[in-house]
Structures are given as structure tokens and as C-alpha cells.
Design a protein around this ligand. Structure first.
Ligand SMILES: C[S@@+](CC[C@H](N)C(=O)[O-])C[C@H]1O[C@@H](n2cnc3c(N)ncnc32)[C@H](O)[C@@H]1O
Length: 221
């Protein structure tokens, strides 16, 4: 191989590695399901909020102490924001649901204090799958999924909330990153492939030195 060919090969390998790393897929090649993805990259999930519909009907599934709920309210001014969380200790999964009950109770009280008087907000203390059943089909402009992060839970969340999102709406969520205790990348990619959707945005932020990207899927019915 001549030196030009070697340089070209090295360049290609570098490009491929950096792409994989950005997509958080560097750990497991088997997760690289080919999906449609125009994928504009955004710096942070606050930037994602800036491109999502304003004055919309929105749900955040997995709220904790309402940190991101605050951003949703201030950056998108929704007509209605449903804050859905079980606020219950779930010892069966490692992260982030394993929070002792006193912590969960404290977060629930905090969320009620912060948002209870905001007429745009409805707080629903319920498990995600049960909460989804309460809403009519094609109701939400967009939703943000950040509840239980294990594969089965994300898969169930995506399928149970899909009918509730309007045609042309967005299903977004947190932690599109490969970690041994998360199943988000696999569940999201399988879901996108199965329904022939596309990932329309990915963010690339770190929090405390750890990658925490968000994804957004465009729904087409
Ligand atoms: C990572 S925290 C949410 C953080 C929040 N979205 C933010 O960015 O500020 C995950 C939350 O999901 C909740 N959760 C876990 N499994 C759930 C389920 N099946 N249904 C509803 N909430 C769930 C947990 O109680 C926890 O408060």
C-alpha cells in the first residue's frame, strides 16, 4: 500500500471511530442498527428544547426533583405540561430508579411546591405505563422520556406512549448512551427501525464528566 492509500485508510478509520464515539455506540458494534437519521447535532438538551414546538401539549415521563421540568416551562412555555413520575423506590434496577423512598417522597413534595400553583402543569404520581392509558390518542405534540432506563422499560415506554403522540409529533428522551446498566440505545434504535421513523436530533452534552445525550424521534403515522 502506498503512503497516500495508508493516509486515506487512517483518515477513514479516524472518521468512523469519532462518529461511533459521538453516537455513544463505541462499546458494542451489534447495536449499530442502520436507521434513518438526518440527525442535526445539538450541544445540549436545552438547545433541543429551543427547536421543539412552543405552546404545545407536553409530557415529561420521569421527573425526579423537576430540574428539567423547569427548563421545559421556561424555554417552551407549554399550553400544558404533564409531569409524570411514580416517585417510588424501585430496587430492581440499578440507576437511576434506585432511590430510597424518603428521597422519592422529598422529590415529590419539592415538585408539588415548585409547580403545584402553575396552571400549565399537572402532576401525575403514577407509573408510566398506567399513566399513558389516561390520555386520548394523538394528544401530545411532544414527550420527553426519562424514567426507568433499562431496555425493557424504555421499549415499553416508547410503545405505550407512541399512540398518544400526534402525527408529526416528537418522542424525545434522555441518556441515549451505551452503558451496561442502560438499554436506551438498543430500545430506541429498534423502535425507530420497526416504525420506519427517524432520529431528528441528538445532543452531545456531558454532566459531571459523564455523557448524557438526548435523542428526538420524529413520529409519522
Ligand atoms: C433520571 S430521573 C428523571 C430526571 C428528570 N427528567 C430531569 O432530567 O430532571 C428518573 C425518574 O424516573 C422515575 N421513574 C422510574 N421508573 C418509572 C416508571 N416506570 N414510571 C414513572 N416514573 C418512573 C424515577 O422515580 C425518577 O424520579
Amino acid at each position: 500500500m502506498n503512503s497516500h492509500a495508508k493516509l486515506l485508510l487512517l483518515g477513514l478509520i479516524f472518521f468512523q471511530c469519532s462518529r461511533c464515539d459521538y453516537m455513544g455506540l463505541h462499546l458494542s458494534l451489534e447495536l449499530r442498527i442502520a436507521i434513518k437519521s438526518p440527525t442535526p447535532w445539538l450541544i445540549s438538551r436545552e438547545d433541543l428544547l429551543s427547536v421543539l414546538p412552543k405552546n404545545a401539549i407536553v409530557a415529561e415521563i420521569g421527573v425526579a426533583e423537576g430540574q428539567f421540568s423547569n427548563s421545559i416551562l421556561s424555554l417552551t412555555d407549554p399550553i400544558k405540561l404533564y409531569l409524570i413520575d411514580c416517585w417510588e423506590e424501585q430496587s430492581f434496577s440499578i440507576y437511576p430508579e434506585y432511590r430510597p423512598q424518603p428521597t422519592q417522597d422529598g422529590y415529590y413534595e419539592l415538585v408539588k411546591q415548585k409547580f403545584g400553583r402553575d396552571s400549565r402543569v399537572e402532576i401525575i404520581k403514577e407509573y408510566s405505563d398506567k399513566a399513558a392509558k389516561v390520555f386520548p390518542d394523538n394528544y401530545f405534540d411532544w414527550i420527553y422520556i426519562d424514567g426507568n432506563h433499562v431496555y425493557e422499560a424504555i421499549k415499553a415506554d416508547l410503545e405505550s406512549w407512541l399512540p398518544k403522540v400526534k402525527d408529526g409529533g416528537i418522542i424525545a428522551g434522555h441518556d441515549y448512551v451505551v452503558r451496561k446498566d442502560f438499554g436506551i440505545v438498543s430500545a430506541v434504535n429498534e423502535f425507530v427501525k420497526k416504525h420506519d421513523f427517524s432520529i431528528c436530533y441528538l445532543t452531545m452534552e456531558y454532566q459531571d464528566g459523564v455523557k448524557h445525550p438526548s435523542y428526538a424521534i420524529k413520529v409519522k403515522k
